[in-house]
Design a protein around this ligand. Sequence first.
Ligand code: G6Q
Length: 542
Amino acid sequence: MSRTLTQKASWKALASHQKKIAKKHLRELFAEDATRGTRLALEAVGLYLDYSKNRVTDKTLKLLVALAEDCGLQDKIAAMFRGDRINTTENRAVLHIALRSPRWQQIVLDGVDVVPGVHEVLDRMAAFADQVRDGRWRGFTGKRIRHVVNIGIGGSDLGPVMACEALRHYAHADLDFRFVSNVDSTDLTEATRGLDPAQTLFIVSSKTFTTLETMTNAKAARDSLVAQLGSDDAVARHFVAVSTNADGVKAFGIAESSMFGFADWVGGRYSMDSAIGLSTMIAIGPENFEAMLAGFHEMDEHFRSAPPAQNLPVLLGLLSLWNNDFLGFSTLAVLPYEQYLKRFPAYLQQLAMESNGKHVTLDGEPVKADTSPVVWGEPGTNGQHSFYQLIHQGTRIVPCDFIGFCTALSPIGGQHDLLIANLIAQAEALAFGKTAKQVEDEGVAPELVPHRVFEGNRPSNTILIDALTPAALGKLVALYEHSVFTQGAIWNIDSFDQWGVELGKALASRVIPELRSPHDPELAHDSSTNALIRRYRQRRTT
Ligand code: G6Q
């Protein structure tokens, strides 16, 4: 039997190495090596990663790479690209990389090349997107479409909404995009407030076409549209579906010609570049969407072929694992200094935490190390005026990923320089801090000195990209997808299932009839749950 992770010699070597370098401050590491800031940096496929402000030495990096080798990372990468059923608990291949394969590439699954099918859907999406964009696709009353509302949740929402925001600069000027995800009726109400139904297109995005939230919202939207336009026939001009469930789509009343499919080997949180990205394609146009896919593909090829020490996703993943498992820093703040990326932290939360928030290995044994860090974040500079206090002087250490772009898409005066100066300064302040001596030398009153000290030695990565183009977004998302993969491969977990979301769903389906029952129901939950149900039943007024 293979050794458990923490029993591996490569793991133990890292643990004992950590003890040796635990006292080293980033100030010392930088003082010892004038070239550290450029040596511990990597540029590939147009992304520049400065990882020098991590608490690592050359030895740490070597040991991390050895751990990756010991855990068979290279073989696991090859298995994913080959289409092996690496999502073992669902017995599925994991082939989101096929969604961005060029037409000429072959990826064979169960004897069938899946790439032509991907391009067939992309072509149909492009034809439809063009019709909506240029006004050939008309609503039921003959008016042009002006509003696109994506109804979906989780992976069928977070990717599309993030991409739509991220690439808003490239979006069609006369179309507006809204997103409904929550079963809270406020979401649908507010997203559709003020819209002319005759000019609104709903995209029902659901891989399974059974998800409670999405189907509830989709039905409510359909009923309202039919009531306002006065005919069931209006549905055909105002609803399209993105799904793998053709029967469900048909039963909902959407024709096959208005359905865009994808395969079961695309996980929800890995689906923004599949047909689930239809809203993105309508927004930015097929050419820009294609450029985004090409960006994804470039990063895929880099991940597949670059040696670990020169491999951006592998390095990012290993550094995250080092911070999480060996230094005990259990969260990761993702801090894009780019307003267009305001939904990127939320997107990454799902990508990382749903993928790697697992407690057992592929063999069902407990993972002996902490799995996914808690991912959170906000765009800079807003975060600086709220939670950065804790990041700089709190008792917990929060590794940070700073993300910035060298060229502004919406330049006004010199504002972009102010933005990026803040990004650079934050990483500098976190790493080097401010000593008591420096504070005293500034003439600060002695009793205030401890309050003004920044201990520093707080790790961060800085990712700099030339400009936020569709291709750059594709590369950035693929970077994190594969970083998540790298970490999951080392923990030997299934990064592609999500059984953890099931229990709450099942319990909710038991509570629903108890809330709706016309008579006081027999409640057999715990005393807290029973009391909450009773209180809600007594107090609700609608
Ligand atoms: C993602 C998950 C999950 C899923 C949603 C929506 O990886 O599987 O977030 O995307 O539950 O599912 P449907 O697309 O089937 O509605």
